[in-house]
Ligand binder design. Structure first.
Ligand code: BES
Ligand code: ZN
Length: 468
């Protein structure tokens, strides 16, 4: 069942005043149609402190927070302890990540006393084996002979992935892999993965075809030795804080506010994305005592920089019913750089959606921009590259809040605290806070009749590439 809070659904609920610009109900007669911050905005907004956010960034950016390292764990513990301090129920959700090790890697492949100077597969297990060589063709599923058990498989590249080929012979009990190219003169290719605990090396097509010929006339013994290579399993984490709504006023719906806490290797990641984390923490603090009819879920994801691994892991743990209860995901990633945004309007702030379409999140936030510190509507554009992606794929309205174009320090060791602009932090946190509270406050159905109802705004699509 797809029942996301669409504009139409919210209209029915009295949350939003217009669909496609057609106003359901205007402000009451005699009340000026302004988008000034309302009393309920103020309740949340006035409490947001850029100094608090800055202090979080200061702590988090002292040490790089690369996924799977002690730096990530240090950040995770800091984040969880703050959520707890604000009174939230928290969960630290571990998940495995796999990293390829290549440390002074060396490979030996001896056949008939000659070293064929092989290339070591990325992620090959380090080990030494001596065994008979068996030609298994392309090692396609279902074609690998049982006779490869205890032997070294000679495989031709092509048709299926390297990892699949290694797995197919590994499953049959092979103790090593020698793969030859299907074209050209290079031997530099190949990849194995965690759990494939046999050495795997690559040779050229000419070398491979010569071996195939020799095997037609007799047996060959091969000796493989690989050192300095492997795949390590590490643990990364998501940190989750939940605030349940008032028991007697529970819509059953959930709003998510997210950022990623991991950084790139050697990157202090002050803006990417300690800035987003700082806003998640500060919004959690100011919302902790707010009455709501909607569950608020504050999440910081690990391993975003490795390919959105934390957010995909989190999304994968949701049942269909749980996913269906989530009505919005606000992702803040890089929201505080002095040097981002150029001369663009809204101080360079933009909301990126995966499909380049407006949604509940962008509608609420653009209007919130107009009535909070920024004082301008926020444009939207189309981009992935952050943790809003898995939520979009679940059919949840989601957007990435970011300043674009990016700062020159993006993914460098110079992404440091001194490049952080408190105004940008304040503006973005206010926008997200006001939008979230507009959904979550218990009297939103009455909003339509309120003297202070925020008005819908027109906001534009911008084809603005983020750069870098
Ligand atoms: N904070 C960036 C997201 C970003 C970068 C958005 C540039 C817009 C422009 C994020 O942490 C990141 O670097 N993402 C990776 C992609 C990810 C799937 C590994 C990127 O963009 O290279
Ligand atoms: Zn980021």
């Amino acid at each position: 069942m797809k029942r996301k809070k669409t504009m139409a659904a919210l209209l029915t609920a009295g949350l939003i005043l217009s669909v496609n610009g057609a106003y359901a109900k205007g402000p009451e007669a005699g009340v000026p149609n302004t988008n000034a911050a309302s009393a309920f905005d103020n309740k949340i907004i006035k409490k947001i402190s850029a100094d608090n956010m800055y202090n979080h960034i200061a702590y988090l950016s002292e040490v790089p927070r690369q996924a799977g390292t002690p730096g990530e764990l240090r950040g995770v513990q800091y984040i969880e302890s703050h959520f707890k301090q604000y009174g939230y129920e928290t969960e630290v959700q571990p998940f495995p990540i796999y990293t390829v090790v290549r440390n002074n890697v060396s490979g030996l492949l001896e056949i008939g006393g000659e070293n064929l100077k092989p290339y070591v597969f990325s992620g090959s297990y380090s080990g030494e084996v001596t065994a008979e060589l068996v030609d298994v063709g392309k090692a396609l599923a279902g074609t690998v002979p049982d006779s490869v058990k205890g032997k070294i498989a000679l495989i031709e590249r092509g048709d299926i992935t390297f990892v699949q080929k290694v797995q197919n012979v590994f499953d049959k009990g092979a103790v090593g892999v020698v793969m030859y190219n299907n074209t050209g003169t290079s031997n530099a290719f190949g990849q194995a993965t965690y759990g494939q605990n046999i050495p795997a090396v690559a040779i050229t097509r000419a070398q491979g075809l010569a071996l195939v010929e020799k095997l037609k006339n007799g047996t060959l013994t091969a000796h493989i030795k690989v050192t300095g290579s492997g795949v390590e399993e590490k643990t990364s984490y998501n940190v989750i804080a939940k605030m349940k709504p008032n028991k007697n006023k529970d819509t059953g719906q959930v709003v998510m506010i997210g950022a990623h806490h991991d950084s790139v290797q050697n990157g202090p990641g002050a803006n990417d994305d300690a800035s987003g984390v700082s806003a998640v923490l500060e919004l959690a603090r100011v919302m902790a005592d707010a009455p709501t009819d909607t569950e608020l879920r504050f999440v910081t994801f690990g391993s975003e920089e490795l390919g959105l691994l934390g957010s995909y892991h989190y999304a994968g743990t949701l049942s269909a019913d749980e996913a269906d209860r989530i009505v919005a995901h606000f992702q803040m990633d890089m929201i505080g750089s002095k040097d981002a945004g150029g001369d663009n309007k809204a101080n360079g702030l933009i909301m990126y959606t995966i499909d380049g379409k407006k949604n509940l999140v962008t509608d609420l936030a653009s209007a919130a921009g107009d009535r909070t510190a920024l004082g301008e509507v926020v444009p939207y554009g189309q981009l992935g590259r952050s943790d809003h992606q898995p939520f979009h794929e679940l059919g949840i309205p989601a957007a990435l809040f970011i300043h674009s174009p990016l700062e020159p320090w993006y993914h460098t060791p110079a992404d440091t605290l001194d490049k952080i602009d408190k105004n940008k932090l304040q503006e973005t946190a206010e926008i997200v806070g006001a939008s979230v509270y507009q959904i979550a406050r218990p009297d939103t159905p009455a909003l339509q009749h309120s003297r202070v109802a925020p008005q819908p705004v027109d906001y534009d699509f911008e084809n603005r590439p983020p750069g870098a």
